[in-house]
Design a protein around this ligand. Structure first.
Ligand code: ATP
Length: 515
């Protein structure tokens, strides 16, 4: 675990050193849980967004996009339930004065039992080698069974307390499990209290009676309030979806783990409107579709899992998370929820407008049900970074840091180097860039030895480098070097576009998921 934490620290400093992510307002020592994306980060982020957007809007004829405002009529948040119920249960440790989410402390405790079980399994697997039967071991080993029983009992008690919103019971669980504050090491806990996560501000000057409005805590409501507009003007027939990418704001109290939990972040959400009664079928379809989107990046199926929710929101009839294996454990990157007709009905009630769909096939009107897929751009960015960061031992004894980014997401696709700064080599290199920059992102570099330039490009995940030398001036060939294999080959300048373009395009990813 300590080793994993070290790796995570290295990733955070790598993100800063190579222009991916900076603390916000860095010259003033940053602002808690707010970050800025640098010159390479913004490109990677844009590529992630493009991959998502195109997978929704290009590959589905019945999904269209919108871009709603961040400010919304305040009644929106009354109708959505956020004013009354968008709360986190918080607990303080009196000795360290640190504040925690009570549910997260208990979830961490559950993960500890899982870790203990896994350790026993790993030990036994080593001991028994090929003959090891994990299912049998789980069913018969006394220690594993003991941990499993404790875990299951805790899990049941925790779900019950969450569903009943029983804050006292949450506190009691923390005491009974002897959970200590990671900073002070003590069990001196306060009561558990609810805390609303929405940021408030005011529109209009105070003189003319300003009214309180909120910064949206999710983008979804912008889609619900536009359901009628889009359905009517786009003449959409059920089932159909509306996709949106945009900023969301939550006053997260426990802001940890870099860009995993931020106060200002970006979401990519798609609400899919369906006929009532068909929602669970669509829920299961969207689970598969979204998992395929993640797995097309090639990070290995073993690094993803579904985590079904123990506590269903009162309006949901199914919910799951897609979790990714981060250096600090399996963590939620995306939520998929079957939200029934709660949101549309509630907006109909609060606005007094009829929000229904007339079904021409059955000649009846009804409020559509909704399946939502909701993914955080920043968490996705973090998972891509964590999986791609690699320190590699080279045969010559040196180590290199390489970001093995999927080529389609890499900020820079091709770096072009003149071997030296003379003999017309820089001009020739610029000529290549001038020709290729229309097709993908290219970068020119002439400073330092070629080896150093390669390392810098490895560190930002640039999949291809090209070196222009004296031979280039004679026969129009260059050395093309591959980031991952470090192999170099001589190719014709005229062939560069053909070799690189398909590998680095978002289309190459979309093809993998289009079936
Ligand atoms: P968590 O339980 O981690 O607080 P959540 O279940 O409240 O997350 P949702 O409301 O389902 O999250 O939001 C959908 C997605 O938005 C999440 O899967 C995550 O990727 C992203 N997200 C939510 N909160 C944050 C945040 N504070 N910072 C960055 N991304 C976030």
């Amino acid at each position: 675990m300590a080793q994993q934490e070290d790796v995570f620290k290295k990733i955070v400093s790598h993100c800063k050193e190579y222009g991916f992510v900076f603390p916000s307002s860095d010259i003033y020592d940053g602002l808690g849980a707010v970050y800025d994306y640098g010159q390479n980060g913004v490109e990677l982020k844009n590529n992630i967004k493009q991959y998502w957007w195109q997978s929704m809007v290009l590959l589905h004829e019945n999904i269209v996009g919108i871009d709603a405002a961040i400010f919304m009529h305040p009644t929106t948040w009354k109708a959505s339930g956020h004013v009354d119920a968008f709360n986190d249960p918080l607990i303080d440790n009196r000795d360290s004065k640190k504040r925690y989410r009570a549910d997260v402390l208990i979830e961490d405790q559950l993960a500890k039992y899982d870790d203990k079980i896994q350790k026993e399994i790993d030990k036994a697997a080593k001991r028994f080698g090929d003959a090891f039967d994990e299912a049998q071991f789980r069913a018969t080993n006394a220690r594993v069974q003991e941990y499993q029983q404790k875990r299951d009992a805790l899990h049941e008690r925790f779900s019950k307390a969450l569903n009943a919103n029983d804050l006292e019971e949450l506190r009691q669980i923390i005491l009974d499990e002897e959970i200590v504050c990671p900073i002070s090491g003590t069990r001196n806990w306060t009561e558990v209290r609810q805390f609303n996560l929405m940021f408030k501000t005011e529109v209009g000057s105070t003189a003319d009676g300003a009214s309180t409005i909120y910064l949206r805590p999710e983008t979804a409501q912008g889609i619900f309030v536009n359901y009628l507009n889009v359905q009517k003007t786009g003449r959409m027939k059920l089932p159909f979806g509306i996709a949106q990418i945009g900023k969301a704001f939550r006053n997260e109290i426990v802001a940890r783990q870099f860009i995993f939990r931020m106060r200002e972040f970006e979401q990519m959400e798609m609400q899919f409107f369906v006929k009532p009664g068909t929602e669970l079928e669509w829920f299961s379809k969207w689970k598969q579709t979204r998992m395929a989107w993640h797995q097309a990046l090639g990070f290995g199926a073993e690094n993803y899992r579904f985590h079904d929710h123990d506590k269903l929101a009162h309006y949901a009839n199914a919910a799951t998370d897609i979790e990714f294996h981060m250096p600090f454990g399996f963590k939620e990157v995306e939520g998929i929820h079957s939200r029934t007709n709660f949101d549309l009905s509630s907006h109909a009630k609060y606005s007094g407008k009829k929000i229904e769909y007339f079904d021409p096939e059955t000649n009846e009107s009804y409020t559509p049900f909704v399946i939502e897929t909701s993914i955080g751009v920043d968490r996705m960015f973090l998972s891509v970074m964590c999986h791609s960061y690699c320190e590699e031992q080279l045969p010559n004894g040196e180590t290199r840091v390489v970001l093995r980014l999927p080529a389609a997401l890499a900020p820079v696709k091709l770096a072009v180097f003149p071997l030296t700064k003379k003999d017309g080599l820089p001009e020739k290199a610029q000529e290549i860039i001038k020709d290729l920059r229309f097709h993908f992102n290219c970068k020119y570099e002439e400073k330092d030895q070629i080896g150093k330039r390669y390392r810098r490009m490895d560190a930002i995940g640039c999949p291809y480098c090209v070196t222009v030398d004296l031979q280039t001036l004679e026969d129009n060939t260059v050395t093309l070097r591959d980031r991952d294999t470090m192999e170099q080959r001589r190719v014709n300048i005229a062939d560069l576009r053909g070799i690189i373009e398909d590998q680095v395009s978002i289309t190459s990813l979309l093809r993998k998921i289009d079936n």
